[in-house]
Design a protein. Structure first.
Length: 223
């Protein structure tokens, strides 16, 4: 049986560009031990005071990875995106070092397929995901948008007019619009879980879940 990875296991980050540095910095803020590797001396120096451990090394060289103890990590993030060749080679090195969980950044679908084939457990498309998110937000109807697999999304938005002033159980929000109101935030108050008795007002914000298409239609209702 494969041992489960501890939730607080140290994380190896390879690449200190914007994506890698943001990931390493946030993990450090969450008190996770991080070892960040980059071949550039300037980036390593820049982040040395903000991240637990930073090392200058060429991760394309498996011997360099061994020297910094990469094989002792159970989680690694390949944040190199500017060079597809380097990204794939580094991922292959991590696979050879038998790191159980490898997250790798991809800049295209073809890049992602190669990363998956060489052994990346999770392939991330940060630019594409950010672009899709912005596309949903620029309409002005949504304030935040998170899409998951199988076209399922979670969205923060203002409530459309048809559901205002009525208990959610009587508004037909699920039967008519096929979405679920998960939470409600009134001005000056924190978000609370929504119930069938919750009444949404003009000044509230709501969190809704459902398919992307159904949420788009719901958000387009007269406000």
């Amino acid at each position: 049986m494969v041992d489960r990875i501890k939730h607080d296991a140290p994380v190896l980050i390879i690449g200190l560009g914007r994506f890698g540095a943001a990931c390493a910095g946030e993990l450090d803020r969450l008190d996770r031990e991080v070892l960040a590797i980059d071949e550039g001396a300037e980036l390593v120096q820049k982040w040395s005071e903000r991240i637990t451990h930073t090392v200058q090394a060429d991760a394309r060289n498996i011997e360099a990875l061994k020297q910094v103890g990469a094989q002792d990590f159970s989680i690694a993030v390949v944040a190199v995106g500017s060079s597809i060749e380097a990204s794939v080679l580094i991922t292959a090195n991590l696979v050879d070092l038998k790191i159980p969980q490898i997250w790798a950044k991809a800049v295209s679908q073809s890049h992602g397929k190669i990363l998956a084939r060489v052994g990346a457990n999770h392939v991330i498309y940060p630019e594409a995901e950010a672009g899709e998110r912005v596309a949903h937000l620029v309409s002005g109807r949504m304030l935040d948008f998170i899409q998951f697999d199988d076209d399922f999304a979670l969205v923060k938005m203002y409530p459309p007019k048809p559901i205002r002033g009525l208990p959610l159980g009587k508004s037909g929000v699920r039967s008519k619009y096929r979405i679920t109101v998960v939470g409600v935030k009134s001005p000056g108050k924190p978000f609370t879980y929504a119930t069938a008795e919750t009444i949404v007002t003009d000044h509230d914000l709501i969190i809704v879940s459902g398919t992307t298409g159904d949420i788009e239609k719901f958000a387009a209702l007269t406000s």
